[in-house]
Design a protein around this ligand. Structure first.
Ligand code: GUN
Length: 284
């Protein structure tokens, strides 16, 4: 039987609708969530992501403040802007779109964002809180994946969960969120031996490596839930995930499409974090 589609497009619309209601009542109480989005340079993919984030803010009633800086912006100038936004009461959350130009040290910039406004949950304080199971903010993409798993109705507890990819943005925090839900978690990466064999053990398979169609249906356990975090643009302009959708959907029980799967959930979770930041900063 063909897999059911886990639509991030539909689920993110529901999440955003709930947030819209919530922001409506916050505004009635004089609390206006605000998200500062900083983009440095003109990477076309980053531009699209930033535009999508601003659009989501508009839909929900979150104020967005864009800072589009030139490629030549110095690290010191960027750090100065972050510091200014840290002090600005209208700004609940600060997002610096990654990657940054090579002459800017990403780690330094992430460290400069005050943890209370770090809606990406990239600051070591927030990463540590996730690690000990006491997060203020959930990392956006992994949190979106968890909501999609929940939507499938499959309980993570006791399941074999395989995460392919160990990035700080997705793979590592994803593993922590699955562990927090009592999954038995294996993390795979470029040095993993017999990747296909390990993937075939997974009841829940999350793939986040940025390699087009790396995981085929033959590496998926029948009935597995498959979450595809990849977004790869092929030379023919087609966008595909890290999973070969056509073969995987014949084997999985649930699968996310690309596009329209994890991507829209990432943005919805960013909105959720921004609303939470505004509440925390207002003692709620
Ligand atoms: N670049 C790719 N993904 C992300 C993300 O989740 N947050 C930020 N700030 N930059 C990104």
């Amino acid at each position: 039987m063909e897999a059911k589609i886990l639509s991030g497009k539909d689920l993110s619309a529901k999440v955003k609708e709930q947030l819209k209601q919530e922001v409506g009542s916050m505004r009635e109480n004089g609390i206006i969530p605000g998200l500062a989005v900083i983009i440095v340079g003109d990477d076309p993919a980053s531009r699209i992501y930033v535009n999508n984030k601003k659009k989501a803010c508009r839909e929900i009633g979150i104020e967005s403040y864009e800072y589009a800086l030139s490629e030549e912006t110095s690290e010191a100038e960027l750090l100065e802007l972050v510091e200014k936004l840290n002090q600005d009461n209208k700004v609940s959350g600060i997002l610096v779109q990654l990657p940054l130009p090579r002459h800017i040290n990403e780690e330094k910039v992430i460290l400069a964002i005050c943890p209370e406004k770090d809606v990406d949950a990239f600051h070591p304080v927030n990463v540590g809180k996730i690690m000990i199971g006491k997060p203020d903010f959930l990392p956006c993409t992994p949190a979106g994946v968890m909501e999609l798993i929940e939507e499938s109705g499959v309980d993570v507890a006791g399941k074999e969960c395989v995460v392919v990819g160990r990035s700080n943005i997705v793979g590592k925090p994803q593993s922590m969120l699955l562990l927090a839900k009592h999954g038995t978690v294996t993390i795979c990466h470029s040095k993993t031996k017999n990747l296909d064999e390990v993937c075939r053990r997974a009841d829940i398979l999350v793939v986040a490596v940025g390699k087009p169609e790396l995981v085929k249906g033959s590496s998926i356990k029948p009935g597995a839930v498959v979450l595809d975090v990849g977004m790869n643009r092929l030379e023919n302009k087609k966008v595909v995930g890290d999973v070969e959708f056509s073969s995987a959907k014949e084997v999985a029980s649930y699968i996310t499409p690309v596009p329209g799967g994890v991507g829209p959930m990432t943005i919805a979770m960013l909105m959720k974090n921004t609303v939470k930041a505004a509440k925390l900063q207002n003692g709620k």
